[in-house]
Design a binder for this molecule. Structure first.
Ligand code: C2E
Ligand code: MG
Ligand code: MG
Length: 505
């Protein structure tokens, strides 16, 4: 805009030459407070056409000005963190690109997504989530130079714009600094939180000459950082682009996989640690891809979640598991439970209860032989709705297990508000139970608390005799893992049951 002195100069020029001046002026009250006026000044001339005096009409528009400023804030800034928003960011990005083009400078774009933010938000509540986002915004701002821009893109996503980078190492150094700043422990509402972030880095002009390409590529780089286990940064590379294209192809072939009957269910036995006998199994989906062979759910479940395909795929798995379990019982083998994983997205389905009841009816499996596995974060997402659906299914005879226990943030006693029968300790804790005293302490505590709550405990990913011995000594009820058996097709599982294979250790 114009500076005040320019404004006054124009005012005087206009009115002394006989014109009417209209404008807005900022003045100071006697007490020093600033106020805004809308002013119109008209020269009054005598009969000889000479200006004798001026008439000024003034209106205090301070409130309107404040409202305008507020609107500007809302339009360009994120109300929660006070950082520039997407709109202002795009503006600054195009300015910075134009500047970099003229000067031949390198520009870095960083894209951050907090790790497991959703879990924190779901389990500790939105108010803690909001405070966390504010704290992260502050840490980002503190890590940047004044010529850099940090913006909140929405949710738990932030973008940084760093002009004047002379080489990739400069951007790497900033990314490293930010990783460290974000992961400093933080206490909010009495909870100590260890938040980490995954960062993608893209450079102008190497990774894109326009804003759109840069943002697309930095997004790809960020996903790569997530895949590599979070809490790290990754530069965009052309190979990543190829991978993204492959994923898009996989996504489209997944759309046909159900009708082409490419999914199969494998079963992994769960054994009673005391008797060594198989007492149930977990149904684990596999995709027999026509050209890529067997694909693990780790590779496609998250994509199926994103696209919503998990709903029909999950329903198919449930039906297959019920039907195959019923077929096993019909051969005269002792009846076993089968555990089926339910994703968060399935839980949000309006008709989940009816769908499960219908699958049981149509396959003829008695409800008490079906166990549904849900993760902590699924349970904690929209607690009332989840609890209600669980109660209804539980009344029907279906059992529930909390899967991957220890990877979320909820307290065990809180989980007891759900009608659950068992806890499944996550593989990552079982893995080091015999060598890491910390994990040993956690597992011991979980088992004893579960006992106190009257819940059964299943350990997942048991691979060694040492792990099994530890679990046995702490009173863990059941074990599932490679030590006893890998997941296998229904036919093989049936043979194993016929041979009455036992766990000996
Ligand atoms: P999960 O429910 O925690 O399943 C346990 C995973 O641990 C399985 O991997 C199993 O093969 C693996 N595992 C079992 N014992 C061992 C062991 O001793 N060592 C090691 N290293 N791994 C072991 P899988 O079959 O690849 O499944 C991975 C995840 O995919 C599952 O984790 C589950 O979250 C998801 N998933 C699988 N099938 C389905 C499904 O039908 N629906 C949904 N929604 N998710 C599924
Ligand atoms: Mg599971
Ligand atoms: Mg699990």
């Amino acid at each position: 805009g114009k500076t005040p002195s320019e404004e006054y100069k124009r005012l005087w020029e206009t009115i002394t030459s006989g014109g009417i001046w209209r404008g807005e002026l900022c003045n100071k009250k006697k007490n020093g407070e600033l106020y805004w006026e809308s002013v119109s000044i008209s020269p009054i001339k005598d009969s000889k056409n000479i200006i004798t005096h001026f008439i000024a009409i003034k209106e205090d528009i301070t409130e309107r000005k404040q409202a305008e400023e507020r609107i500007r804030q809302l339009a360009y800034y994120d109300p929660l963190t006070g950082l520039p928003n997407r709109v202002l960011y795009n503006d600054r990005l195009s300015l910075a690109l134009a500047h970099a083009q003229r000067t031949g400078e390198t520009l870095a774009v960083l894209f951050l997504d907090l790790d497991r933010f959703k879990d924190i938000n779901d389990t500790l509540g939105h108010s803690i989530g909001d405070q966390l986002l504010k704290a992260v915004a502050e840490r980002l701002t503190d890590s940047l130079r004044k010529e850099d821009t940090a913006t909140r893109q929405g949710g738990d996503e932030f973008t940084l714009l760093l002009p004047g980078m002379t080489q990739a190492e400069d951007a790497a150094r900033v990314a490293q600094k930010i990783l460290e700043a974000v992961r400093k422990p933080l206490t909010l509402g009495g909870h100590e939180l260890n938040i980490t972030t995954s960062i993608g880095v893209a450079l102008y002009p190497a990774d894109g000459e326009d804003g759109e390409t840069l943002l697309k590529n930095v997004d790809t780089a960020m996903y790569h950082a997530k895949e590599l286990g979070r809490n790290n940064y990754q530069f965009f590379t052309p190979a990543l682009h190829v991978k993204t294209v492959e994923q898009l192809e996989m996504e489209s072939s997944m759309h046909h996989a159900l009708e082409r009957k490419e999914f199969v269910v494998y079963y992994q036995p769960q054994v009673d640690i005391k008797t060594g006998r198989i007492v149930s199994s977990e149904a684990l989906v596999r995709w027999q891809h026509p050209s890529r062979g067997i694909i693990s759910p780790l590779e496609f479940i998250s994509m199926a979640e994103r696209t919503g395909l998990i709903v029909p795929i999950g329903e198919w798995v449930l039906r297959a598991a019920c039907a195959e379990n019923k077929a096993l019982q019909d051969t005269g083998l002792p009846p076993l439970q089968v555990a089926v994983n339910l994703s968060a997205r399935q839980f949000q389905q309006e008709n989940l209860v009816e769908m499960v009841e219908q699958a049981l009816e149509e396959t003829g499996l008695d409800a008490r032989f079906l166990v549904l596995e849900v993760t902590e974060s699924t349970a904690m997402h929209n607690v009332e709705n989840t609890a209600y659906k669980m109660e209804r299914l539980n009344a029907f005879g279906v059992h529930f297990v909390i899967d991957d226990l220890g990877t979320g943030y909820s307290s065990l006693s809180y989980l007891k508000t759900f009608p659950i029968h068992a806890l499944k300790i996550d593989r990552s804790f079982v893995q080091d139970v015999a060598s890491d005293s910390n994990d040993a302490a956690i597992v011991t505590a979980v088992i004893s608390m579960a006992k106190g709550l009257g819940l059964k405990v299943v350990a997942e990913g048991v691979e060694t005799v040492a792990q099994l011995e530890f679990l046995r000594s702490r009173g863990c009820d059941e074990a599932q893992g490679y030590l006893f058996s890998k997941p296998m097709p229904a036919e093989e599982f049936k043979k194993m049951l016929e041979q009455d294979k036992r766990l000996r250790a």
